[in-house]
Design a protein around this ligand. Structure first.
Ligand code: ATP
Ligand code: MG
Length: 249
C-alpha cells in the first residue's frame, strides 16, 4: 500500500482501509468492523473527505468540555484503535486523561491484541498515558452481557467521555448515567449521533488531528452550544453536495 502515489485522489481512503486490514490480521477487530467502516466511508464521500466548519466548531467545544471535566476519559474500540490510536494517545496526554479499551464484542484475545498494540504505540511516542480496560470492575447499567463491562477508574466514574464510533445503545446507556457523551460519527443520522451530548460529524483521525492543533487553554466551554444545529449544519453540507452532483449530471 505504501506504493500508492502521493497524488492518488483516494490515497487517504486506501491507507485507512489498509490499516483496518492489518488490524483485522492482528485480531483487533470484530467481524463486522469493515462493514461499519464502509458505512462511514459512504458519508465521508459526501463530505469530500474534508472536515467541515460545523465539525470544527463541534470539535472545539468537545475539547473545551473534556479539558474542563473533573474525570474525563477517552473510550476506544477496535476501529478507533486501528485508525487513530496515535492521535488519541497524544490527545489524552494533552487533556491529561486515561484511555479505556471498551469493546462491544469483548473476548480476551481481542482485548489483549488491542491493549498490546496501544502499549506499543504509547511507548514509541514516549508519553505517560494510563491505559485501562484489562481489569473491568464495573458495569454500565441497563446493558446486557460483556459489552457492559467497564473500569471504575475510567468510564464508570467519568463525568465526560469521548467515545468515537460508539454504538447507539451504549451511547444511550452512558447518557442515562448522567455523563456528557461526545462521539465522532460520520453518519449524522445514526442513533449515536442523535443521542450524544455532542457529535463531531467527521472522520475519526481527521477530527482528532483538528483537536490536536487547538490550544486547550484558549478554548472556552459554551454552555449554550446547540448540538442539533451543529449536526444539521454538516448534514446540510452533505445534502448540498448531493444536489450539486444532481445539477451537474
Ligand atoms: P447506531 O448504532 O448509532 O444507530 P449504526 O448501527 O448504523 O449506528 P454502527 O455499526 O453501530 O452504526 O457503527 C458504525 C458507525 O460508525 C456508522 O455510523 C459510521 O458512519 C461510523 N463510522 C465508521 N467509520 C468511521 C470513521 N472512520 N470515522 C467516523 N465515523 C465512522
Ligand atoms: Mg449500532
Amino acid at each position: 500500500m505504501s506504493d500508492i502515489p502521493e497524488t492518488h485522489p483516494r490515497r487517504a481512503s486506501l491507507l485507512s482501509r489498509q490499516k483496518l486490514v492489518d488490524a483485522q490480521a492482528k485480531g483487533m477487530l470484530a467481524n463486522s468492523a469493515l462493514i461499519a467502516h464502509g458505512r462511514g466511508e459512504a458519508f465521508d464521500y459526501l463530505l469530500g473527505e474534508k472536515t467541515t466548519s460545523g465539525a470544527r466548531n463541534a470539535a472545539q467545544e468537545v475539547l473545551a468540555r473534556m479539558s474542563n471535566a473533573k474525570n474525563p476519559v477517552i473510550s476506544v474500540n477496535g476501529n478507533t484503535v486501528a485508525l487513530a490510536i496515535e492521535q488519541l494517545l497524544l490527545l489524552a496526554d494533552k487533556i491529561g486523561c486515561p484511555i479505556e479499551v471498551n469493546i462491544y464484542y469483548r473476548t480476551p484475545e481481542r482485548m489483549n491484541a488491542l491493549l498490546n498494540h496501544i502499549e506499543e504505540v504509547r511507548s514509541h511516542l514516549g508519553i505517560d498515558v494510563l491505559i485501562l480496560g484489562s481489569n473491568p470492575d464495573g458495569e454500565i447499567p441497563n446493558l446486557d452481557g460483556p459489552r457492559a463491562k467497564c473500569c471504575s477508574a475510567g468510564i464508570l466514574n467519568a463525568d465526560a467521555i469521548l467515545v468515537p464510533l460508539e454504538d447507539g445503545d451504549r451511547c444511550e446507556a452512558l447518557i442515562n448515567m448522567g455523563k456528557e457523551v461526545f462521539v465522532v460519527d460520520l453518519n449524522p443520522l445514526s442513533r449515536t449521533a442523535r443521542m450524544a451530548t455532542i457529535c463531531i460529524v467527521d472522520e475519526i483521525s481527521r477530527a482528532v488531528s483538528v483537536m490536536l492543533e487547538m490550544d486547550c487553554s484558549a478554548v472556552k466551554v459554551n454552555p449554550d452550544f446547540d448540538a442539533t444545529s451543529s449536526r444539521d449544519a454538516v448534514l446540510d453540507e452533505m445534502l448540498d453536495a448531493l444536489k450539486r452532483n444532481q445539477t451537474e449530471a
